[in-house]
Design a protein around this ligand. Structure first.
Ligand SMILES: [Zn+2]
Length: 295
């Protein structure tokens, strides 16, 4: 099954929410790094800079999870395509509380740690945080908290659409991409953070604009509708807990309900005009739209 970026990103909001509840205030007792590549081969540095520190805060920058420590360092975690974070709480009356966040896979459904567990944090209260990754594309990086804004991983991210992004800024950026297709530009993470394929499809439907329109052909009115659609669809996505299609489980253990909302993505019939939904390819991604409702 192809894993959509959208799934990873929107659910990262829920992972961060869950991780905040579970991890803030805990002290890192030890870190076991089973696959040095996950920390860019800086095993000693990673351990030295994290063991003994307390978790102060957990934040998110687009798809990057940031764990701020009490010693002035932060850990950046990117799950990439198959990374997963699993929290296992201290056992209470014989019960082990487990929360998962990240990408699903049947191979992950086995006792922890397993063959795909590459990094294990142990906390002072005997709880654990496991980093699992089948394909090992993800990373954990230790950086100075004060220098984080200068890190290329953070610095090159596009604006956060729900965080005070202004229409004028959107319009100015669009003007530089007049010959590109609108849907493809929305999915460019340097243009704006966090719009994956499912959301991009739904934004275009919300705006009633065909996803293959060139930006240069959009009227002022249409650009406004796209901008409004970005806000509406992303808020909807958060409200419904991410866009997990079948098996994805966020840190709170619930499947996202966004797919129940989807108007065009993987749909056959338009919910407005009852005409057929058409599927095309834009930039190699499955694109769904209603040729009657979207112009
Ligand atoms: Zn329609």
């Amino acid at each position: 099954m192809r894993i959509d970026h959208t799934i990873a990103f929107r659910s990262i909001i829920t992972i961060v929410k869950g991780a905040k509840k579970k991890l803030i205030g805990k002290k890192i007792k030890s870190v076991e790094i089973r696959v040095p590549k996950m920390v860019n081969f800086l095993v000693k540095e990673f351990k030295k800079g994290s063991i003994g520190a307390e978790i102060k805060d957990i934040r998110r920058f687009a798809k990057i999870i940031v764990i701020d420590l009490s010693n002035g360092n932060s850990i950046l975690i990117h799950l990439k395509l198959t990374g997963q974070l699993v929290y296992a709480g201290p056992s209470k009356i014989g019960q082990i509380e487990i929360e998962k966040g990240g990408h699903p896979s049947r191979v992950y459904d086995q006792p922890l740690p397993h063959n795909y567990t590459h990094v294990i944090f142990k906390f002072n209260d005997k709880s654990h945080l496991y980093y699992n990754d089948i394909r090992k594309f993800g990373y954990l990086k230790l950086v100075k908290t004060a220098e984080m804004g200068e890190r290329p991983e953070i610095k090159n991210l596009g604006p956060e659409p729900l965080d005070g992004w202004k229409y004028e800024e959107f319009k100015t950026k669009l003007a530089r991409r007049e010959r590109s297709k609108i849907k493809q530009v929305l999915m460019d993470q340097k243009f704006v953070s966090g719009i994956g394929n499912i959301y991009a499809n739904e934004i275009m439907f919300y705006a009633r604009i065909s996803p293959d329109r060139l930006i240069g052909t959009l009227t002022e009115e249409e650009k406004k509708k796209v901008f409004k659609g970005i806000q509406f669809i992303l808020k909807k996505g958060i409200e419904l807990g991410g866009s997990s299609e079948n098996t994805y489980v966020n840190l709170e253990g619930k499947k996202g309900d966004f797919m129940k909302y989807a108007r065009v993505y993987q749909q056959k019939v338009c919910k407005i005009c009852v005409g057929p939904i058409k599927r095309i390819n834009i930039g190699g991604r499955g694109t769904f739209y209603c040729p009657s409702c979207q112009v």
